[in-house]
Design a protein around this ligand. Structure first.
Ligand code: 4NP
Length: 145
């Protein structure tokens, strides 16, 4: 799960999807396209909204996306088209490019919808992000082992 800072959207996506799948079969991780927040906990509003949904994401720490992630993971979900484009530019070959998906395409195929960046917004924007990600992750989880 990839967003810009790895403190708002992708930590929620990681927590939600990991909860929906069998950890012994599917490992979910998240990262950011920038390293501004590396080592930090998720944003407190993401922690709050996760907690409202009985999900604890305080085990997570932000990290910068690494090129080796392309080999390490089978699927790479971008939260928005800008992150997707950056990932596609970084992807070393066709095989890795094919791993990159826009997460809301799972819910709205071919509509190219973004999960809006809630960083400068209110907690209700984080609740909206949670709802979108929960819907997308439910679809993803149903396709995984
Ligand atoms: P995220 O949100 O990409 O969902 O983690 C943001 C977090 C931090 C910044 C921007 C977006 N920032 O500019 O520091």
């Amino acid at each position: 799960m990839v967003c810009l800072g790895n403190i708002c959207r992708s930590p929620l996506a990681e927590g939600i999807l990991q909860f929906k799948v069998d950890y012994s079969k599917v490992q979910v991780d998240s990262a950011g396209m920038v390293d501004y927040h590396a080592g930090e906990l998720p944003d407190k509003r993401s922690i709050q909204v996760a907690s409202e949904n009985l999900l604890d994401i305080t085990n997570q720490r932000a990290r910068h996306f690494e090129i080796s992630d392309f080999d390490k993971y089978d699927l790479i979900y971008a939260m928005d088209k800008k992150n997707q484009l950056t990932l596609l530019e970084l992807a070393p070959n066709e095989n890795t490019k094919n791993k990159v998906r826009l997460i809301l395409d799972e819910v709205f195929p071919d509509e190219e919808k973004d999960v809006p960046d809630p960083y400068y917004d209110s907690v209700s924007a984080f609740r909206n992000v949670y709802k979108m990600l929960d819907e997308a992750c439910e679809i993803i989880a149903n396709k995984l082992p």
